[in-house]
Design a protein around this ligand. Structure first.
Ligand code: ADP
Length: 371
């Protein structure tokens, strides 16, 4: 009845464990390798690209959901054919799997997005650059994350290696002049109920999200538009579970959608400590088609800072004696991952009524793990 199977054993699966324990939901994980982030729960090890492996895993649960968006459509189709309940559904997930499909569907829904084109070769990219003020953001349609697969170019030759390796067209976008980046998180259950969390500001460093401020400062008007936009996307695409909508606030004050993620998302990690209902609990409720929880913030401000990279050979818990003593109001989250430069290995969240203090505390706490 309430057995959830998660494909992928990363930190998102790991963070679903706590609300599952609290609510008495049985959670199982199909991880790629032993010692995954989610190895705390009943974990099968196997290849998510192999239908037989995934079908065997699905036989023991009531609903299948995801830690990542990479499960191939033929495997998803095999699951559906075998009678498995898959949430989000494969057709919705297809939109998050391919940035060109995403641009097409968002355009068709009338959602504001950057000017874009599918470019099949260097000549097409060169024409796009000329038509868009001498620059383009080129993206590989599949498999990118944390800014890998995104490149700003002013000359088509700068994407020559990607064209050589590509099996289809690349995505070219205008280089959007933006004030800041925002994210709107929403959850939708199959019966249609929707809950939207406060709009947040996200800060990217070299393509990696490093900091999230909830709510986005000075964005009361934008918040209403962002919530409406995310709601119409979730409904229009038939998303079930959590949907993250990454946004640009342009220099002239418009909202443009950059990216969609159909799963809990880094921009919502603050909700574990800072909201009445976390994105991980809400995702479980939503994929089980249970009534959704209150997404309101518990405190006026929350700031989440990612712990990226970290000292070689030292895990977050090894630094706890100093960090926890210095920041007793900060909440610490370790993903039990080996530290590598540029890899997200944990995060910290501070909440309170003074944004400058909350942000200072969160940054100071994260700094204990970064060198
Ligand atoms: P990923 O899927 O790797 O996260 P994104 O498409 O979200 O890639 O892009 C990563 C970052 O690159 C964004 O957060 C933003 O800072 C920048 N970026 C992406 N597209 C554009 C664009 N069209 N104009 C300006 N900056 C962009």
């Amino acid at each position: 009845m309430h057995r959830v199977g998660v494909i992928g054993g990363g930190q998102l699966a790991r963070m679903m464990i706590q609300p599952a324990v609290e609510m008495g939901i049985e959670l199982r994980v199909l991880a790629e390798a032993p010692h995954s982030s989610a190895a705390l729960v009943a974990t099968a090890i196997g290849d998510y690209r192999d239908s037989a492996t995934v079908l065997a895993f699905a036989a023991g649960v009531d609903v299948i959901t995801f830690d990542h968006e990479h499960v191939p459509q033929d495997v998803l189709a095999a699951l559906v054919a075998a009678g498995a309940t898959v949430r989000p559904e494969p057709a919705a997930l297809a939109v998050a799997q391919d940035k060109l499909v995403m641009r097409e569907r968002l355009s068709a829904l009338g959602v504001p997005i950057p000017a874009w084109a599918a470019v099949g070769d260097a000549a097409a990219l060169a024409a796009f650059i000329v038509a868009h003020d001498g620059a383009a953001v080129v993206k590989t349609p599949r498999g990118g994350y944390d800014g890998k697969g995104v490149r700003v170019v002013r000359d088509a030759a700068e994407a020559a290696d990607w064209f050589a390796a590509a099996t289809g067209p690349l995505l070219a976008e205008e280089l959007v002049p933006f004030r800041r980046e925002l994210a709107q998180l929403v959850a939708r259950r199959p019966s249609g109920e929707i809950a939207t969390w406060p709009l947040v500001e996200t800060v990217q460093t070299e393509g990696i999200c490093t900091e999230v401020v909830a709510p986005a400062p000075g964005a009361a008007d934008l918040a209403r538009s962002a919530a409406n936009l995310a709601t119409s996307i979730a409904t229009g695409l038939g998303v079930t579970g959590v949907l993250a909508v990454e946004l640009f606030e342009t220099d002239d004050g418009r909202l443009l959608v950059n990216e969609l993620a159909m799963r809990p998302h880094n921009s919502g990690h603050w909700t574990i400590d800072g909201a009445v209902t976390s994105q991980f609990e809400q995702h479980l409720r939503a994929v089980l088609d249970l009534p959704l929880g209150d997404p309101s913030a518990r405190e006026p401000w929350s700031v989440m800072v990612n712990v990226v990279g970290g000292p070689v050979g030292a895990t977050m818990p090894e630094r706890y004696p100093q960090a926890l003593a210095a920041q007793p109001r900060v909440k610490f989250h370790s993903y039990a991952k080996d530290s590598r430069p540029g890899r997200k290995v944990g995060h910290v969240t501070a909440s309170g009524d003074d944004l400058d203090k909350v942000r200072g505390d969160a940054r100071a706490a994260a700094a204990f793990f970064e060198n």
